[in-house]
Write a protein that binds this ligand. Structure first.
Ligand SMILES: CC(C)(COP(=O)(O)OP(=O)(O)OC[C@H]1O[C@@H](n2cnc3c(N)ncnc32)[C@H](O)[C@@H]1OP(=O)(O)O)[C@@H](O)C(=O)NCCC(=O)NCCS
Length: 179
């Protein structure tokens, strides 16, 4: 059974491990490199946790089997100055590679939206233009492209926004990504 719950500070090593695996998959030297990246991610998580709460939240998807619990999904939200006003900004949505296409990413997004919709009217995030899987998910969940830009490394990135007020439902039909 998969439970969605707010993270606690003791969860941060598991979140760092999941984020590192999700964004930097691979074996051999890539796995070695990942263990270094994971340390940096954990430090960043701790910094955000300590500096930005109460305007920072992290949610987890936890798989419970028998007596054990495995973190299989996570997402973070913090406040950022976006398009002229402080708005919630979603980052590091990650689902363990072995547990994808089971609706966990969508459930994490829905949890974030439920938490924010009584206080904020928009939710923002960035996605790389080449990340088709994430773009499909966000399009089906009602996000729209509002800006295009480039990362520090020159990759094309898209700023997406979802209006939390409009209550646009999850779309069951596939939306082709034209961006
Ligand atoms: C993107 C990611 C979070 C999706 O998580 P997930 O739990 O597999 O997503 P869901 O099962 O909730 O998918 C919901 C819908 O999104 C779309 N979708 C998700 N993954 C997809 C893929 N690989 N290809 C095409 N569509 C996809 C589908 O429409 C899917 O519905 P369906 O399974 O009924 O067709 C996951 O692939 C991941 O962690 N990727 C690596 C990290 C990353 O890129 N994060 C986003 C950064 S912006």
């Amino acid at each position: 059974m998969i439970e969605i719950r707010a993270a606690e500070i003791t969860d941060l090593p598991s979140v760092a491990q999941l984020v590192a695996l999700s964004f930097h998959p691979g074996s051999g030297w890539q796995a070695l490199w990942r263990s270094f990246i994971q340390l940096g991610i954990e430090q960043d998580l701790r910094d955000r946790w300590q500096r930005e709460r109460p305007h920072y939240h992290c949610w987890l998807a936890v798989l419970r089997t028998g007596g054990s619990a495995l973190c299989v999904g996570s997402v973070e939200v913090q406040l950022r100055e976006l398009r002229g006003q402080p708005s919630p900004y979603l980052s590091n949505l990650a689902v363990h590679p072995d547990y994808r296409r089971r609706g966990i990413g969508r459930r994490l997004l829905e949890t974030v939206e439920t938490h924010l919709c009584s206080t904020y009217s928009n939710l923002y995030l960035h996605v790389l233009a080449q990340n088709q899987a994430a773009q499909q998910l966000y399009a089906r969940c009602g996000f729209e492209v509002v800006e295009e830009g480039f990362t520090f490394w020159g990759e094309r990135k898209l700023l997406l926004r979802k209006s939390l007020a409009s209550d646009r439902p999850y779309s069951p039909s596939p939306i082709s990504s034209s961006v």
